[in-house]
Design a protein. Structure first.
Length: 118
């Protein structure tokens, strides 16, 4: 699956927790959200220099990145659940992400596994 097709599938499956997601769909979606977050961090860093920024934002906080994170929370969870299902893991493995560092490493390993049909 190409980058563009994966992004379209990511947004089309916004709240689709049923079905499967191939490795390419999952990792392209993660790369897309990370790149947009990085871009928003750079942009919001420049926005924090105004005279009212101290009143509106805590220095170092990025309200654009926070908004983006809220917008993409459900689709990322949906594609993660579909990817785990495709790799033949149960969806409750999503909760491993709550374990600091090690849980994210486990999820990355699970999501890197080949599909059950590969």
């Amino acid at each position: 699956m190409s980058f563009g097709a994966a992004i379209v599938a990511f947004w089309k499956g916004y709240a689709d927790f049923v079905g499967t997601a191939r490795r390419s769909e999952f990792w392209w979606a993660i790369l897309f959200t990370a790149l947009v977050s990085a871009g928003l961090s750079i942009v919001s860093g420049g926005l924090g220099d105004g005279p009212y920024s101290a009143a509106l934002l805590d220095p170092g906080d990025s309200w654009l990145v926070s908004l983006w994170s809220l917008i993409t929370l459900v689709p990322i969870l949906a594609v993660l659940v579909r990817r785990l299902r495709d790799a033949d893991y149960p969806w409750p493995f999503v909760f491993f992400g709550l374990i600091p560092v090690g849980g994210l490493v486990l999820l990355a390993i699970f999501c890197s596994r080949p599909s059950r049909t590969d």
